[in-house]
Design a protein. Structure first.
Length: 452
């Protein structure tokens, strides 16, 4: 045994206030859980109350805050750590006997399955609290899905046996790209479980809406229902939203159209390559007439011109983007020769057709092709800059593996997965509210830094 001189020992009362437990206290103080507690206590009224509702609930939240992967891990920590028991509200005089049995937690979580609506209400209330505390919250939104494995085994049987998951199914996701040498690579991921669909604020990296589906569910159909849900639960939030970014999994005519036509949100959604015949060649913008204006599948508007070379070779150059005319629902482009000083032997023909010396003006209505042409032109610098904000949702998704333990968990069933993900999101928002109120905004995204 290593002997330590008595003068170097200290008691817990001498430890500075910024202990790790302050993260839990900060989260619990920001948690709008009183309505849920009253409902659960009313349901228990008249029955045995060996383990009160509130300490058990607080300990469940503590398990999430301190990254416990299982209830057994949490119970071991509660038995060892008297300060944690006290912070959760357990009777300090009972010592280890105050820690609930595993069966108590199982029954408690089964109770929570019936109150998912209250969990969602807590999530919505926290979103409103964050919205009131942070300036321009909701200006930029980003959407993505996350694959989450089930701890259960695949089965063809419909009856649960505790080991197999009858709710989950198989999902597949493909990643494609082009290497520097021009070769195409592809990576295919298969998993058995579920999908978390998440909309986050891209500036503050905090969630604003979510849904949980089976792994086979497609991303694209989830966008508009989630946006509609966001509009219903948080009136006025979408009025402040300028952009919503997403990867090509959300690319569709319907999504691009309704985001702008209904909610006046500019979609910043990557486009899938669907031109099978000559995909790299530009196509005429007005195919019913002979013209020099072309476009690509990625929304780039080009002018075909001829230079002063003897062979008069056809060249394509991007037209100068002049902005979006909301009143006309058109993208406005201008002659590249007039803007960039390009030599064009056909410019006199454009002038003769009635165009001014400032060059030809082309207006592209959004209805030309809603997948390709969006209110924020795909070939503009603003589109490229805003699309970079999409990575915010990927960073939020990574927290579920690293901080919340969804990379290695013991969850089976859609109800359990929805509850567990909902609690994780509630803790994420409650922690953010606590940090804002304690002037720790620089650690807004952190779930593990000690409280100041």
């Amino acid at each position: 045994m290593a002997i330590v001189p008595q003068s170097e020992l200290f008691c817990w009362s001498q430890v500075e206030a910024s202990s790790d437990l302050d993260r839990l206290r900060m989260t619990l103080e920001s948690m709008p859980d009183e309505p849920l507690m009253r409902i659960l206590e009313q349901e228990r009224k008249g029955r045995r109350d060996d383990y009160p509702i509130r300490p058990v609930w607080n300990s469940v939240i503590a398990g999430i805050v301190f990254e416990h992967k299982s209830i057994e891990s949490l119970r071991r920590e509660l038995r060892r750590n008297g300060e944690l028991r006290q912070a959760c509200g357990f009777d300090v005089f009972k010592g280890e006997r105050a820690v609930p049995r595993a069966s108590v937690y199982s029954r408690f979580l089964n109770k929570l399955f019936n109150h998912q609506e209250q969990i969602d209400a807590m999530f919505d209330e926290l979103v409103e609290t964050v919205r009131a505390l942070l300036p321009e919250f909701g200006k930029r939104l980003a959407i993505d899905s996350k694959a989450i494995d089930s701890h259960g085994r695949p089965t063809n049987h419909e009856q649960q046996d505790g080991r197999r998951d009858t709710d989950a199914n198989w999902g597949t996701k493909r990643y494609r790209g082009v290497r520097e040498d021009g070769s195409v690579w592809e990576k295919v991921k298969h998993w058995f479980g579920y999908k978390l669909h998440l909309i986050v604020d891209a500036d503050y990296e905090l969630p604003v809406a979510y849904s949980v589906t089976k792994a086979s569910a497609s991303d694209c159909p989830e966008l508009l229902p989630m946006v509609n849900q966001l509009d219903q639960h948080h009136p006025g939030l979408l009025d402040e939203t300028d952009f919503l970014s997403g990867d090509k999994g959300y690319d569709s005519k319907l999504n691009n159209r309704d985001l702008w036509d209904i909610y006046r949100i500019k979609p910043i959604i990557d486009i899938r390559n669907t031109w099978e015949q000559d995909p790299h060649l530009p196509r005429q913008l007005y195919p019913d007439q002979v013209d020099t204006i072309f476009h690509t599948e990625r929304g780039e508007v080009l002018c075909r011109y001829r230079d002063d070379q003897p062979k008069e070779v056809d060249n394509y150059t991007p037209m100068a983007f002049e902005g979006f005319e909301a009143g006309r629902e058109c993208l406005k482009y201008r002659c590249p020769a007039a803007v960039k000083g390009i030599v064009c032997t056909q410019r006199d023909l454009c002038n003769a057709a009635g165009h001014t010396e400032h060059g030809r003006i082309v207006r592209v209505p959004l209805d030309t092709q809603r997948r390709i042409f969006t209110p924020q032109a795909r070939d503009s610098k603003t589109w490229a800059r805003e699309y970079k904000h999409r990575t915010a949702v990927e960073r939020v998704n990574s927290r579920f593996d690293v901080t919340f333990g969804f990379e290695h968990h013991f969850i089976r069933g859609l109800n359990k997965m929805t509850l567990r993900l909902g609690l994780a999101l509630v803790v994420m928002l409650a922690m953010a509210v606590g940090r804002i109120r304690t002037n720790q905004r620089e650690h807004l995204r952190s779930l593990v830094k000690p409280a100041a």
